[in-house]
Design a protein around this ligand. Sequence first.
Ligand SMILES: [Zn+2]
Ligand SMILES: [Zn+2]
Length: 139
Amino acid sequence: MDPARNTGRCLCGSVRYEVSGPAASLCYCHCDSCRRAAGAPMVAWGTFARSAFRVTRGQLSEHRSSAPVLRGFCASCGGALTYQHDARPTEIDVTLASLDAPAALAPRMHVWVAEKLPWLVISDGLPQFTASSGAAAGP
Ligand SMILES: [Zn+2]
Ligand SMILES: [Zn+2]
């Protein structure tokens, strides 16, 4: 198996995707938008080249959560899968938890910590950014 090629899917399996190449960034995003989109206290993202991402089954439904942000999800089960920001047209962020082998790619930092929920305590020693690190999911 090619370690640089990752596959993933939504909860119901209607949407499957494939993404290749190294992740440019791996992070936990604590922003309010990611939280609401996923229904979770934070979301783990991996940033890849947009040209290296393709949907291999079904169709990605899209929702513009703010003017520059397009979020991709499964219309059947609601699983959050992708994030695209107009300021980063060559990149796409993929939810690490939707990968078929999520253990292989671990987040390396926390972003948008200014919006973090107070009851979520970060104790992993990873770098923390108040807002975006420059290449990370955010509102
Ligand atoms: Zn689904
Ligand atoms: Zn976010």
